[in-house]
Design a protein around this ligand. Structure first.
Ligand code: ZN
Length: 225
């Protein structure tokens, strides 16, 4: 579902695996009900700590929430308090007050350092830490489905978002994604794409990096740049 952000599920005979969830409470409830029509939500994978990917944890109520250890550690830098979280959701969805009744921030139950493998209903999922848009993005490779969920390391139709980015490692993460035997890439924002997206993405990243180098060479300070 292409909302804010793009959110995904994989349906297996053993239940559902979700990758992130929508920022707006109304969207989160719609998404939760859609998931329920497909089976019990066993796992919800948070691909990064930014608010748009994690605020829905409470609405989706997966059996277990999974993230990388650094994403877990960075949770509080994104959702600094319950009040701030509620304010931000009201900002995105001004009419959502009623849907915030009893709202809590739900943290990951299971964390991993560099990789983990999840097996459910005959499907295999490789969770791979992939620095890029943040210093510990998680990309999810659904092996049998031949799909990779790229988180915000790929954002077709948008500029790469350099929020809390690991700039040079991002290129390595793109190479890893590109090397996977998949038919589709489902991004953190935007529509699914194929391998053709990678050259475009790298080119835009280099353009932005070069622009910043130029500004620095002109003597602008970090914050000004
Ligand atoms: Zn983000």
């Amino acid at each position: 579902m292409n909302r804010y952000p793009t959110v995904e599920i994989v349906v297996t005979s053993g239940g559902v695996v979700a990758i992130d969830g929508p920022m707006k409470p109304g969207d989160a409830i719609e998404w939760r009900d859609f998931i329920a029509s497909k089976g019990p939500l066993r796992y919800n994978i948070n691909t990064e700590h930014h608010q748009d990917h994690i605020t829905s944890n409470w609405y989706l109520k997966a059996d277990k929430i999974i993230s990388s250890e650094v994403t877990y550690a960075d949770f509080l830098t994104s959702l600094t308090s319950l009040e701030v979280t509620r304010e931000r959701m009201l900002n995105y969805d001004p009419g959502c007050g009623d849907l915030l009744e009893g709202y809590e921030v739900w943290w990951p139950d299971i964390t991993f350092k560099s990789r983990m493998t999840l097996r459910l209903g005959g499907e295999t999922f490789h969770l791979i830490h992939s620095p890029g848009h943040t210093r510990r993005q998680t990309v999810v490779h659904a092996v049998e489905a031949r799909v990779a969920f790229t988180a915000d390391n790929i954002t077709p139709g948008n500029y790469p978002f350099f929020h809390s980015a690991a700039v040079w490692e991002w290129f390595e993460s793109l190479a890893l994604l590109e090397s996977l035997g998949v038919d589709w890439y489902v991004p953190g924002h935007g529509d699914p794409c194929g391998k053709g997206e990678f050259p475009r993405h790298r080119e835009i990243m280099f353009d932005i990096i070069n622009e910043i180098k130029e500004l620095k060479n002109r003597g602008l300070g970090r914050e000004e740049v």
